[in-house]
Design a protein. Structure first.
Length: 158
């Protein structure tokens, strides 16, 4: 019997009753055929909008849904998470409340990353859910690969 391909988000929205069996099969088929991300397929097919998807993830994780606002991403806040880690984990610090850092992940259902991140930044982490495209855009803008290399070179004294 072939191994069943599943997707955590697809299973989640089905378990929450947001899609029926037929929609589940359609989206799963498209996912297997194209490899496109499930949230995009759900939107492309007109089944669920982004807000509904983010709310479903947020309620599943017990995490608030937030909007990434560039003006809130201060240099002090962005420095808490090293650029390499932000890119590797596809995570973005969105606010610091006391000693708790709110972090948005491009793939919020991959919760194992929170523990690793907490260990590295030495802060309590509260996961928040945000639009993956906004997270991606902010990571590319605020954690560019080129700058880090340049800074490393400067630090090394070259």
């Amino acid at each position: 019997m072939p191994e069943e391909i599943s997707n955590p988000l697809l299973s989640l929205v089905k378990d929450q009753g947001l899609i029926d069996d037929l929609q589940y099969e359609e989206v799963l088929g498209e996912f297997k055929r194209t490899g496109k991300i499930v949230s995009q397929i759900l939107q492309d097919f007109g089944i669920l909008d982004l807000d509904t998807i983010l709310q479903a993830i947020g309620s599943h994780l017990g995490a608030p849904v937030v909007t990434v606002r560039e003006r809130d991403l201060t240099p002090e806040l962005l420095r808490i998470v090293p650029a390499k880690m932000a890119r590797m984990y596809q995570c973005l610090p969105v606010s610091l409340v006391g000693s708790t850092l709110q972090v948005a992940l491009a793939d919020p259902l991959n919760v194992g990353r929170i523990d690793e991140l907490s260990f590295v930044v030495k802060k309590d982490i509260q996961m928040v859910v945000a639009d993956p495209a906004q997270i991606q855009k902010a990571i590319e803008k605020f954690y560019p690969e080129d700058n880090e290399s340049f800074t490393d070179i400067q630090r090394a004294g070259f």
